[in-house]
Design a protein around this ligand. Structure first.
Ligand SMILES: O=C(O)CCC(=O)C(=O)O
Length: 272
């Protein structure tokens, strides 16, 4: 399926499955950034769990305009489909000179879905410099399921990413990713808007699948991150293959022979 929508390619989708995040730098126009900053400082209206995204916000609210931007809309549709519901949304502020970082955590309790996921969209309406408490996230952590702040004692991991970005940057995350707001050492409040979206359709081939057979797909799914243990890293790849099979509907896809071997259940045959 190839469309004029800004859908992800299969290679980009495989990168998301491997890394658990993708970022769109500076995609939001400055006019929306300015209105968003004013709205975030005033506080957000509540949205009941399960409200369809298309009816959740007035047309002229910054949230509607943000989510209607072609690059954002196409990425969201590729990940959770055309008509997601709002789980919740919130404004996250790192206060000036607040003196501490947030514990590393995954949002909510352990979520064991192997074949589906929610996305969290993080939007930074102003530039985030290294001193401003950009969000720390750990690429490749999303399928290693943890219970909320139980990983809070982990301070730093090799390969972690501490976000710095231009104004108008959007980051899309798998719900399981390990993350936390960092210390803000500046005199300016750091704002971030976060919205969690739930799919309402099976997350199967929702992106532009024209390049599904590109060998770069398997290469992406086989990516190792510097914080992985030598052996357990294979389990991360294994879990990605399970997710890729669910997302593509291709029950024969594998990297090496790992999922095929583990799911081998020869059927009983009669020995007449
Ligand atoms: O403020 C941040 O950078 C991250 C906050 C966050 O995502 C959270 O509290 O779950």
């Amino acid at each position: 399926m190839s469309t004029s929508k800004h859908l992800l390619t299969s290679v980009q989708m495989a990168r998301f499955v491997a890394q658990g995040h993708l970022r769109l730098d500076g995609v939001v126009p400055q006019e929306i950034n300015e209105r968003a900053l004013a709205a975030l400082a005033d506080g957000l209206p509540g949205v009941p769990y399960g409200t369809p995204l298309r009816t959740a916000f007035p047309e002229d609210a910054f949230m509607s305009e943000l989510l209607a931007l072609p690059a954002v809309a196409g990425t969201v549709e590729s990940l959770v489909g055309p008509d997601p519901t709002v789980d919740h949304h919130a404004v996250h502020v790192r206060e000036p000179h607040d003196g501490h970082a947030q514990d590393l955590h995954a949002d909510a309790i352990i979520d064991v879905r192997p074949d589906a996921f929610d996305i969290q969209l993080m939007y930074y309406p102003h530039e985030v410099t290294p001193e401003m408490g950009g969000t720390l996230s750990v690429p490749g952590s999303h399928l290693r399921r943890v219970n909320e702040t139980d990983i809070g004692r982990v301070q730093n991991l090799r390969g972690q990413s501490r976000l710095t970005c231009p104004a108008g940057t959007v980051v899309l995350l798998h719900h399981g990713i390990w993350h936390g707001g960092r210390r803000n050492d500046t005199a300016r409040r750091r704002f971030m808007y976060k919205i969690r979206l739930n799919p309402t359709v099976p997350q199967v081939r929702l992106w532009d699948t024209a390049d599904l057979d590109d060998p770069a797909v398997a290469t992406e799914l086989h990516t190792y991150f510097p914080w992985y243990e030598a052996a357990t890293a294979r389990l991360e790849v294994y879990n990605r293959v399970l997710l890729w099979r669910a997302l593509t509907g291709d029950a024969s896809f594998d990297v090496e022979h790992w999922v095929t071997r583990v799911s081998n259940r020869p059927a009983l045959r009669s020995h007449a």
